[in-house]
Design a protein around this ligand. Structure first.
Ligand code: NAP
Ligand code: MG
Length: 497
């Protein structure tokens, strides 16, 4: 494992000192969350023990403590979940008018908003993300997605005139660990709004908010079988996507697993959407407002510890401002507070799992070995738990693996460019195509660059901003299909794509 304490380089032009501002800890209370001793699967509207009677631990990555044990689903469990989903589809849910389905979605949206504090704490405990992010981003957006799609449930034929807006049937949805409840909302809300039923497989390291949400659906009176949760590892996910009783597969995760799923489904009569990885370029032109751009770049890569598919992990700075920009970036980096995710002051929380920490460490080690210059600000990391200091790499060339591969951690590779054409060429030099960012004072340049960037989302003079009304998705190895917005309904409708 890469030793984070031994190789820090000082700032290139004089050591950067932290801002000197110390904050007293401001810990979020955890007493509003109660975690059971173990959790079964959620099938047909109620907890259901796994066929093989196996359970796995889920830990708090900030402390390495086991929070609880969760059922490990297998093929037999997936079978039962798909059967329950089919029964619900053929029964009450399938026959329900859109305006009635909408009421359930509105109810779930309201309940998520009302209980957002409890869900935010649970999300932070299980996944390690800072409470200010789960509280201010994940939960409000998850609730907003249900509100948004509730509004479409009775208007599908007006949203898509002439299209067959009937649902597909049973959707198998597999989600990752970086935004557990938000990814659930992105998947479940449009599927239900369109009249489908769901079998969802949450990530192994972060199953708790999905299970809490399942209980919420019972409180909301959602008919049994409309939403089923099969917890477990990749095996359960593989069973779910390959199940012959499934009509639609929606997957968010790594490009590697996405390719496996696409191969597995080749020739099967199933609709598929894939939301995969990214290696987003973040371009800063010399006329950009520097302080705002520095904030944007910091937010672009250190938000959620860099566990973000659309993270701005390749910074392209115009050569003429490189030195000045780098100095400002280092000063800002040194003021990031890394530590207890439950502390409301924390900017960078825990890495989600030991496996992910090892992956980040290995890629950083490769970056150093390939000759890039690494910089980390002085920052004390807690002794227990999984942590990685915010990291910059300078002297990065496009061939370096840290410039090509998704690190999915708090690591930024910095490169330069001279002209807009060169910026676009470098930005597009990636097999991915999920997102990109551009900072400049000129509106015309924003449009010129955005036109040429091959990315599903281009942010201009901002970064990592999400709205349920706005579609999100990739090109090339970042996958296909859109989530969010009106477009996000199409993958769940017969006439859609
Ligand atoms: P992952 O390993 O691909 O896992 C994603 C999900 O798939 C997990 O629930 C996983 O279960 C499950 N899984 C693993 N193997 C499977 C198989 N053979 N068949 C079916 N399901 C399987 O990805 P991750 O490491 O959790 O997530 C990080 C990745 O997600 C990054 O590459 C990131 O860019 C991408 N991501 C993309 C978006 C987007 O919208 N484009 C959003 C967020 C994240 P386990 O948890 O048990 O492994
Ligand atoms: Mg966990």
């Amino acid at each position: 494992m890469y030793d984070q304490t031994s190789e820090r380089t000082p700032a290139r032009r004089g050591e950067v000192v932290p801002s000197g501002l110390d904050y007293a800890p401001s810990l979020e209370a955890v007493d509003q969350v109660s975690i059971d001793e173990s959790y079964d699967l959620w099938i047909d509207g109620k907890p259901s023990p796994p066929a093989a009677n196996r359970y796995f631990p889920t830990v708090n990555p900030a402390t390495e403590e086991t929070l609880t044990r969760v059922a490990e689903g297998d093929g037999e469990d997936v079978d039962r979940a798909v059967a329950a989903a089919r029964k619900a589809y053929n029964g009450a849910w399938g026959k329900m008018a859109g305006k009635e389905r909408a009421k359930y979605l509105y109810r779930l949206a309201r309940m998520l908003a009302e209980r957002s504090r409890e869900f935010a704490v649970l999300e932070t405990l299980d996944g390690g993300k800072p409470i200010k992010e789960s509280r201010d981003v994940d939960l409000p957006l998850a609730s907003a997605h249900f509100f948004y799609y509730a509004g479409w449930a009775d208007k599908l034929e007006y949203a898509f005139p002439g299209l067959d807006t009937r649902p597909l049937g049973v959707a198998a949805q597999v989600i990752p660990w970086n935004f557990p409840i938000l990814m659930l909302a992105w998947k479940v809300a449009p599927a239900l709004a369109a009249g489908n039923t769901v079998v969802l497989k949450p990530a192994e390291t972060t199953p708790l908010t999905a299970l809490a949400f399942a209980r919420l659906t019972a409180e909301a009176g959602l008919p049994p079988g409309v939403l089923n949760i099969v917890t477990g590892g990749g095996g359960a996910g593989a069973e779910a996507v390959a199940h012959p009783g499934v009509d639609k597969v929606a997957f968010t995760g790594s490009t590697e697993v996405g390719k496996l799923i696409q191969k597995r489904l080749a020739g099967a009569r199933k609709r598929l959407t894939l939301e995969l990885g990214g290696k987003a370029p973040h371009i800063v032109f010399e006329d950009a407002p520097v302080d705002q751009a520095v904030e944007g770049v910091i937010n672009g890569i250190f938000f959620n510890q860099g566990h973000v598919c659309c993270a701005g992990s390749r910074l392209l700075v115009q050569e003429s401002i490189y030195d000045a920009f780098l100095d400002r970036l280092k000063v800002r980096l040194a003021s990031l507070r890394v530590g207890d995710p439950l502390d409301k002051n924390t900017d960078v929380g825990a890495i989600n799992s030991r496996a992910q920490l090892d992956k980040i460490g290995a890629l950083v080690e490769i970056g150093v070995a390939e000759g890039a210059e690494m910089y980390q600000p002085p920052c004390a990391l807690p002794e227990r738990g999984y942590w990685f200091a915010p990291t910059l790499f300078m002297g990065v060339s496009q061939g370096h693996r840290i410039a090509r591969e998704e690190i999915f951690g708090p690591v930024l590779s910095i490169m330069t460019f001279r002209t807009p054409v060169e910026a676009v060429e470098k930005a597009n030099n990636t097999p991915y195509g999920l997102s990109a960012g551009v900072w400049t004072a000129k509106g015309s340049r924003i449009l010129w660059v955005a036109d040429r960037l091959r990315a599903g989302v281009v942010w201009a003079n901002t970064y990592n901003k999400f709205d349920p009304a706005s579609p999100f998705g990739g090109y090339r190895e970042s996958g296909f299909g859109r989530e969010g917005g009106r477009h996000g309904l199409l993958p769940y409708l017969r006439g859609g794509s």
